[in-house]
Design a protein around this ligand. Sequence first.
Ligand code: ATP
Ligand code: MG
Length: 308
Amino acid sequence: VILCVCPSPAIDVTYRVDRLVPGATVRVNRVDSHPGGKGVNVARVLHALGEEVLVVAPSGGEPGEELRRGLVAVGVPARLISDSTTTRRTVTVVDERGDATCLVEPSSTTAWAELVAAVEGSLGGARVVVVSGSLPGGVPPGGVAALVGAARSRGVPVVVDTHGPALLEALEAGADVVTPNVDELAAVVRDDDPTRAARQLAQLHGSVVVVSRGPDGVTVVTPAAAWEARPGAAVTGNPTGAGDALVAGLARGLARDPGVFAHPEHVLRDAVALSVAAVQAETAGSADPKHHAGAMPGVVVTALGGAG
Ligand SMILES: Nc1ncnc2c1ncn2[C@@H]1O[C@H](COP(=O)(O)OP(=O)(O)OP(=O)(O)O)[C@@H](O)[C@H]1O
Ligand SMILES: [Mg+2]
């Protein structure tokens, strides 16, 4: 099982409108809503690939019930922790030109200790733990370290996709793989060269640092070596959730072989192709297998010179 911890799940609501005019009354032509949050997106992509997953997330209030029903509807198993804080919604307003405006409610939790306990209780049989998304308010200092430490003490590799102090805390706690995008990396390392910044983190913490660079693909630095993997071509579409598909691909590779980053050519080709397919998909948390397969041969993986 791949455990997908989603500290800040959401109900993602999409409104289709002709035109979004601030200050005016705008009629909504269509409403869609589905379970979201980065950890949930990762789990949905993995589930669609046929991987066994378990979402672990807090949930509260009526949106929390909607989250539970929505995950059942798509067949993604979940261990939802009852939270006295109501699960947030995000509202994305898409106009006829395809421009998207996203309103994101703040998230907070009163159930962090229970969430950590639930992850600990789910580690038997786990091949990888993924912790994905921003941390809700209410997480005590050391909250991320507790999650990472729990997995590490059982010998389960951990992938963490988050930002800011939580990213640094995950690295210090020994996260095996972190996946900042260039901006998230620049926010935690004072070096404007992403490869150098990633090398610094990889060497200091002994982690694999996967820097995602939008249409330019990824730069991957391990303590021993460095690679670059580029999509064959930039595609147009919805980049929201592309990072989650990338994380899903990396987690699947680790689940099959914990030592995969010694020779990561294949996993990088697979994960980058999956992220390209996610850009082509209309909603976050999905990737068409045809697009995935179609993008594989185009991905160019190059070893970078110099020791990691
Ligand atoms: N326009 C694009 N064309 C082709 N591939 C893309 C494009 N945008 C993103 N990708 C792929 O998706 C990966 C992740 O994208 P990006 O760097 O935007 O992640 P992110 O900023 O973490 O996004 P998010 O976390 O919101 O999903 C990239 O490394 C790349 O492989
Ligand atoms: Mg991201």
